[in-house]
Design a protein around this ligand. Structure first.
Ligand code: IPD
Length: 267
C-alpha cells in the first residue's frame, strides 16, 4: 500500500515542477494572505483520483475542499496538495505535497514530498522515518542548543500577539529561529536533524498530519502547544521538540498562556 502512495505523490510532484504562468492563476481564499492557485486544485484532483482508485475504501480530507465521508471511514487520507503555496507563487522552490493516512484516529503513514529537491520523507507507524529510503533521526538537544523553526499562523489574526510573545520569550533561550513558509517541510527538517524544534499557533491537519508521524518515528515529540494531543480534524496548534526540549518548550508556552492578554488565543 505504502509504496503505491509514494509513487502517486512523486507523480503529483511533476505537476508542481511543470507549473507555468503561476501568477495568472492566483486567487484569495479567506484573506489577502491566504492564497490558492489552479495548481493546488490540479494536484489535489490528481491525488484524489489516484489515491482513491488505489484504495477505494479510504476517505479523503484535502485542503482544497474535498472531504469524503471521513466520519464513517476507519481510514482516510489527509492531503495538502501544495504546502507552502505562497512560496510556490513566488517561485521560492520550497513547497511540499503532504499525504498522511489516518487509521482509527492515529496516523499510520506519512509522506511529505519536496519536488524541487526530489526529497521524499516517509514514516510508517512503528517502522522508523526515512528520507529517500535512508533512516533519519532527530537530534536530542535541549532548548538552548536548538534551532527552532516556527510558523506565523498568518491566516488566524487572533494568534498574532501570542506568536510575537512566544518569539520574545523563546529567542533568548534557543540557538536561533528559522521561518521557511512550509510547515510540512519544517517538521521534516526537524525530523532529519536540520533543525531541532518547531511551533505554530494554528495549523490545519493537512499541514502537519503526515509530518507528525515522521517526527515521532524519528524520535521526536509532537503535541499541541499546550501539551495536549494533536487533533487531526479542524484546527490545532503544533509544538515539536526532542525528548529534552519538548517539555522545556511546553513549560515556557504554558507560562505565556497564563498571561491575561494571551488567554483564548489558541484554537
Ligand atoms: C501554510 C504553510 C505555512 C504555515 C501556514 C500554512 P499552505 O500552508 O505551511 O508555513 O505558516 O500556517 O497554512 O496554506 O501554504 O498550504
Amino acid at each position: 500500500m505504502y509504496e503505491q502512495i509514494d509513487q502517486i505523490i512523486r507523480e503529483a510532484g511533476k505537476i508542481v515542477l511543470g507549473a507555468h504562468h503561476i501568477s495568472d492563476s492566483v486567487r484569495e481564499k479567506t484573506s489577502r494572505c491566504d492564497l490558492v492557485t489552479e495548481y493546488d486544485t490540479m494536484v489535489q484532483d490528481f491525488l484524489y483520483r489516484e489515491l482513491l482508485a488505489a484504495f477505494p475504501e479510504a476517505g479523503f480530507y484535502g485542503e482544497e475542499g474535498d472531504v469524503l465521508e471521513i466520519a464513517e471511514k476507519r481510514g482516510y487520507f489527509i492531503v495538502d496538495p501544495i504546502d507552502g503555496t505562497t512560496n510556490f507563487i513566488r517561485r521560492a522552490r520550497h513547497s511540499s505535497i503532504n499525504v498522511g493516512y489516518c487509521l482509527n484516529g492515529q496516523m499510520e503513514y506519512g509522506a511529505v514530498y519536496q519536488p524541487y529537491t526530489d526529497e521524499l520523507f516517509t514514516a510508517r507507524r512503528g517502522c522508523g522515518a526515512f528520507l529517500n529510503g535512508c533512516p533519519i533521526h532527530m537530534n536530542n538537544l535541549s532548548l538552548d542548543e536548538s534551532i527552532v523553526m516556527y510558523g506565523s499562523a498568518i491566516y488566524y489574526r487572533q494568534t498574532i500577539p501570542l506568536t510575537a510573545q512566544l518569539m520574545v520569550e523563546l529567542l533568548p533561550s534557543v540557538l536561533d529561529f528559522r521561518r521557511s513558509g512550509t510547515a510540512g517541510l519544517d517538521l521534516c527538517y526537524v525530523a532529519a536533524g536540520r533543525a531541532d524544534a518547531f511551533f505554530e499557533c494554528c495549523l490545519r491537519p493537512w499541514d502537519y498530519a503526515a509530518a507528525s508521524l515522521i517526527i515521532q518515528e524519528a524520535g521526536g515529540i509532537v503535541t499541541a502547544l499546550d501539551g495536549s494531543p494533536l487533533r487531526f480534524i479542524d484546527r490545532c496548534s503544533v509544538a515539536v521538540g526532542s525528548p529534552l526540549s519538548h517539555p522545556e518548550l511546553i513549560k515556557l508556552v504554558r507560562q505565556v498562556l497564563q498571561r491575561p492578554d494571551m488567554k483564548g488565543r489558541l484554537p
